[in-house]
Ligand binder design. Structure first.
Ligand SMILES: [Zn+2]
Ligand SMILES: [Zn+2]
Length: 351
């Protein structure tokens, strides 16, 4: 007799070609002994998903299965998995390091030489009714977190890592270029790490207002002709650290101008095009240009701590949600510029 209570197939989102989002129906994957089967509760649409959809992301090229900002419930565990239980609410750390290379052996698994990335070109992604994932990458969502807070753990971990790489921010003057989702989360992470004064820039008035409402000390229109000078006057000094969450030629130029001397520019946004840097200025003024790639497990722990402290109002960060079958609409909303974080929800989830 066939057990009809257990579905044999799942729906999952496939970016099949540039600008083409399909919902395909296929068999539920067999679990490897070290994997968990997780059912989707919510999945965030990330800026990199939008780049991927347009074929402009450096590494995520269609066809691929999206969804790396995912929260779900453990449905099934592979034979060798220990330390987890069916029914737990979890979020995967989507980076899948090899565990063997020099980076993995020296505590830098986020830049593993053989890195695979769940939801970013890997055979599995989180925008699906159920998905399989290496259980060792799962983090249990603490009691008391709602789905909106849980959905921010992965997006916040990237800024937490960038802030950690910037060095001690205690008492420092900080600039954040870009008041989108990542910029706002850098704001929260920099504040949690003691930054004294934080000035943010964006070309959109509505985004600047959002940054002020969330605790930026001042905002400056990124289209201002003497941008670096305006930012400097709002800071009262040159910047110690500039976080570039946009990473295009004009923002890199102004970031280097803002730190002036002896400061650091942290590249947080994914550059979609090559950018030239003034090497002479970096050398002569002893400016540090620091790339920041994803996160490590300790950054997840710190992101959870910041969210648990109540420093971020998740209900104002998650501004729209769509069921899985309306993923196309979710991507369109995320692209409109009117939203902060857009979520795709699993079957039966009402936010
Ligand atoms: Zn992302
Ligand atoms: Zn590795």
């Amino acid at each position: 007799m066939i057990d009809t209570s257990t579905p044999m197939t799942r729906r999952r989102v496939l970016i099949s070609a540039p600008r083409q989002i399909d919902l395909v129906e296929e068999a539920i994957p067999e679990l490897a002994p070290d994997e968990a089967l997780v059912s989707l509760r919510v999945a965030g649409v990330c800026g990199s998903d939008l780049h991927g959809l347009h074929g402009s992301h450096p590494t995520m090229k269609p066809p691929y299965y999206p969804g790396h900002e995912v929260v779900g419930v453990i449905e099934k565990l592979g034979a060798q998995v220990t330390g987890f239980a069916i029914g737990q609410l979890v979020t995967p750390e989507p980076t899948l390091p090899c565990g063997r290379c020099k980076m993995c052996r020296t505590d830098r698994s986020n830049i593993c030489e053989n890195l695979e990335f769940f939801g970013c070109g890997f055979r599995e992604g989180g925008m699906a009714d159920v998905f399989s994932v290496r259980a060792s990458r799962l983090h249990v969502i603490p009691e008391g977190f709602d789905l909106r807070q849980a959905a921010l753990i992965e997006p916040l971990s990237t800024p937490v890592h960038a802030v950690r790489l910037a060095g001690d921010l205690q008492g420092k003057a900080v600039v954040i270029i870009g008041c989108g989702t990542i910029g706002l989360l850098v704001l929260a992470a920099a504040r949690a790490n003691g930054a004294r004064r934080i000035v943010m820039t964006d070309v959109l008035e509505s985004k600047r207002a959002g940054a002020l409402a969330r605790g930026a000390d001042a905002v400056v229109d990124a289209a201002t002709p003497e941008l670096a000078a305006s930012v400097r006057s709002e800071l009262g000094e040159t910047a110690d650290v500039v976080f570039d969450c946009v990473s295009i030629q004009p923002t890199i130029n102004s970031a280097i101008e803002m730190v002036q001397r002896g400061g650091a520019v942290v590249i947080v946004g994914v550059p979609s095009k090559p950018v030239e840097v003034p090497a002479f200025i970096l050398q002569d003024r002893q400016v540090r240009l620091q790339g920041s790639a994803t996160y490590m497990s300790e950054d997840y722990a710190e992101a959870i701590r910041i969210l648990a402290s109540g420093a971020i109002d998740a209900s104002t960060m998650i501004t729209a949600s769509f069921p899985l079958e309306e993923t196309q609409e979710a991507f369109a909303a995320a692209e409109s510029g009117d939203q902060i974080k857009v979520l795709v929800t699993g079957a039966g989830v009402v936010l």
